[in-house]
Write a protein that binds this ligand. Structure first.
Ligand code: CO
Length: 462
């Protein structure tokens, strides 16, 4: 086997999302984009739901303009984004016409690779986004949400990957959002996938549990094609493992990484003061860099552990933390072992808290859980416990079709609603993704003092 592996740099999306709540501004990215382009990465992950949201909510930036600026400055390296299947960037299903237009505009504005995932691994929820990606000339990377349960066996993931091949995937991603994939498991999974399918395999993880570098090494030994890392100042903890360290270790082991050590050093030197600024402002909480081995024991993402604790604290019920942690796997089992990824991680967490607080399982059930049991999120990996389903939705018959089949086209009515505030398709999509937030943003965008991000290329022309 050729000893070769390529890197996906996540600092501009997942790295900063995991560590500083996605508050990096475009002007903090632009000075280093050219150097990032020269490092030799397979791709840069630069865009996703949280970056889009934070641009509108906190940064007063047009997320599309950020993408165009990055594209103008990154001429040779592929740009990639994360897309939540039929949910696009949000938490609810959209009609197919909205998915199609969003994918079209993402590609036209500069995205090369779209990583598409579904929380339940219901491939019907990936179909429309995958077709649109192919149609508009993008690279379609279909991602398997990795989780552990009696149904999530090696053959489950191999079968899922095969189905994704049939759907036209150009590459497959193992999305270990909780950082619970063990080194030997990674070796076995990547080996099995490489044996059964003929597409490049990407591996994505988070460093929360403290095993991510070991895990990457084993996966690389098994022949994984791409690994996701973050440049050191934005690495570690809930982010990805550090790019430079993984690159140096693998180079030492005889692997060709394609990366240039000196350029990576420049990128790291640039980002250190940026990180320090976020440390000083408090946005980078030191706790987030802590190692949390309990992730491995409870198979719960680190972020979910801290969310549960803070929810309980707010109600002065922190003594219920252990009981809630033990309730999570029960709720998961009752609900057919959904992977704990947004939005399912939040939904399962809240249900576990409610079960513990009320002392009676499913006495109180959030609307989202009701809709989940009714089939509106897609098909769970395993049938939902019948008694629990009956308690939650009584005699309602769950739907079994692809949930988006029940949604009529939405673009025309969205256009009518937002009217002149949307000057083009990108504006319309801002409104479609985040109706209230988007409308507020578009009203501001049309006034003179709107803050336009600084683009060194545009400036150098004058
Ligand atoms: Co991630």
């Amino acid at each position: 086997m050729e000893k070769k592996v390529r890197f996906v740099e996540t600092a501009l999306r997942d790295g900063q999302q995991s560590l500083i709540a996605t508050r990096m501004r475009t002007e903090q990215m632009t000075p280093i984009l050219k150097t990032l382009d020269e490092c030799g990465y397979h791709s840069l992950e630069v865009w996703g739901g949280a970056t889009f949201d934070a641009c509108l909510r906190y940064l007063n930036e047009d997320p599309w303009e950020r993408l165009r600026i990055i594209r103008r400055n990154v001429k040779n390296t592929k740009l990639q984004m994360l897309l939540r299947g039929q949910n696009i960037l949000g938490y609810k299903n959209y009609a197919d016409d909205v998915v199609d237009l969003f994918v079209k505009r993402a590609i036209e504005n500069g995205i090369d690779i779209i990583r598409i995932f579904d929380a339940l691994n219901d491939v019907r929820n990936l179909q429309e986004a995958a077709e649109a990606t192919k149609k508009y000339g993008g690279e379609c990377q279909l991602a398997m949400s990795y989780t552990k349960s009696p149904v999530h066996t090696l053959s489950y993931f191999v079968d899922l990957a095969k189905e994704m091949v049939k759907m036209g995937a150009d590459s497959i991603c193992i999305k270990d959002m909780a950082g619970i994939l063990m080194p030997q498991e990674a070796y076995d999974l990547v080996s099995a996938l490489k044996q059964e399918i003929d597409l490049p395999i990407d591996l994505h993880t988070h460093a929360t549990s403290g095993i991510s570098e070991m895990m990457y090494l084993k996966a690389v030994e098994a022949g994984v094609d791409y690994i996701d890392t973050a440049i050191s100042p934005f690495s570690g903890g809930t982010s990805q493992p550090p790019t430079e360290c993984v690159h140096l270790a693998l180079t030492n082991a005889g692997y060709d990484t394609g990366l240039k050590t000196e350029k990576l050093g420049k990128v790291a030197d640039y980002f250190k003061p940026v990180r320090d600024e976020f440390r000083k402002s408090g946005l980078l909480d030191p706790v987030i860099k802590d190692v949390e081995p309990k992730t491995l024991l409870y198979k719960v993402p680190g972020g979910m552990l801290s969310n549960l604790l803070s929810q309980l604290k707010q109600q002065h019920l922190e003594e219920k933390f252990q009981a809630t942690l033990e309730e999570v796997p029960k709720v998961r089992e009752d609900l057919g072992y959904p992977p704990l990824v947004t939005p399912l991680s939040q939904m399962v967490g809240i249900q576990a808290v409610m079960n513990v607080i009320t002392g009676e399982p499913y006495k109180v059930v959030p609307t989202e859980i009701k809709e989940y049991v009714e089939g509106y999120y897609g098909q769970p990996p395993y049938p939902i416990n019948k008694a629990v389903a009956k308690k939650i939705i009584r005699n309602v018959e769950p739907i079994t079709c692809r949930p988006a089949d029940l949604i009529a086209p939405q673009l025309a009515s969205l256009k009518a609603e937002i009217g002149d505030l949307a000057k083009d398709e990108d504006d319309l999509l801002i409104y479609a993704m985040f109706p209230q937030l988007g409308k507020d943003f578009l009203s501001r965008k049309n006034v003179d003092f709107f803050d336009i991000p600084f683009d060194p290329i545009e400036m150098s022309l004058t």
